[in-house]
Write a new protein. Structure first.
Length: 321
């Protein structure tokens, strides 16, 4: 009897865990247990049971999107607390991609049975937009934190060199190298996740109406432009007045084609518009580097002038003696 009671308790533990979870403002569920925890198997067990007791194919597909959002919440927590080299990050990433793959597979199977799945595919795609956006925000936040740390270490390294503290300079240089390596790894991780998600999302998008694809492409192009504007403002980089001329022209053509009902043409113009932003991003990077070199040169000149003034003052003191 005790064994039976224990088994029943184990079966209901996962449901109690999920019942306590809520949805915060950003549209992500609470992360709960993460792959870093020894009890993470309970999380997986709970999801397996929820899936087992969901019999409707559409319900199963929506459940996979819910699980995907939970993986995004885990990735967010891992990045904030453990950093980009945490082993749990790969586990959450792999499961995230698997959830989207399972959702897409359910949609394709339903389509093969002769059912109209365009509405379901759109709902699933739309439902994942907030978690996807939150995922991008998490990587941006981690990047900003690492860049701030990098800037801080550069200042410390210069100070150590000026003070002639060799030990401090070596330790700081080593730490700076680690931060730069983390930044590179973060970029690779983000690209890896983006590529994986894009591959699975494309399977869903194939079932969405052409009009919806065109509208989404236009929206994403506009969002990408705004991100570049925000980045330039954050880095105090002044863009030329006609920097977005090509983008604006292509996007205008995309919207015109959309209004005329030429959805495929509208999507193509929007994609071209977004692609044209790559060159602007390169320009911003080059301007940032020039600005950094200018600041370093000004700092070097200032230090040299200070040194000359100190030597002059020293000479004057010697003459007065």
């Amino acid at each position: 009897m005790k064994i039976k009671t224990a088994i029943i308790s184990l079966l209901f533990i996962p449901f109690l865990v999920f019942a306590q979870a809520g949805l915060p403002a950003e549209g992500l569920p609470k992360a709960g247990l993460t792959p870093e925890s020894n009890f993470y198997f309970l999380d997986k067990l709970g999801e397996a049971m929820r899936e087992f007791f969901t019999f409707n194919p559409e319900g199963k597909a929506r459940l996979q999107i819910t699980f995907a959002a939970e993986r995004v919440a885990e990735i967010k927590i891992i990045l904030e607390t453990k950093g980009v080299d945490a082993k749990g990050l790969e586990v959450a990433q792999a499961r995230l991609q698997a959830h989207l793959g399972d959702a897409a597979e359910i949609v394709v199977k339903q389509k093969n049975k002769g059912k109209d799945v365009s509405k379901l595919a759109k709902e699933l795609n739309d439902e994942f937009e907030k978690p996807k956006s939150a995922l991008a925000d998490s990587f941006r936040a981690e990047k900003r934190a690492l860049e701030a740390k990098e800037d801080e270490l550069k200042v410390q390294l210069k100070a150590a060199h000026r003070a002639g503290d060799t030990a401090k300079a070596e330790a700081t240089a080593q730490e700076l190298g680690q931060v730069k390596a983390q930044l590179e790894l973060l970029e690779l991780k983000e690209e890896d996740i983006d590529d994986g998600l894009e591959a699975e999302e494309e399977k869903l998008e194939e079932e969405i109406e052409v009009q919806n694809k065109a509208e989404k492409a236009i929206r994403e192009a506009e969002e990408e432009k705004q991100e570049i504007i925000d980045e330039a403002a954050e880095e105090s980089v002044e863009l030329l007045a006609n920097a977005f001329a090509e983008f604006d022209s292509l996007l205008a053509q995309a919207k015109s084609a959309l209004a005329a009902g030429n959805f495929v043409e509208a999507k193509n113009f929007a994609k071209r518009a977004e692609k044209s932003l790559d060159q602007i991003e390169k320009i911003i990077e080059e301007l940032e580097k020039k600005q950094e070199k200018k600041e370093e040169a000004e700092e070097a000149i200032e230090e040299e002038l200070k040194r000359e003034q100190e030597e002059k003052a020293k000479d004057q003191n010697n003459e007065s003696e």
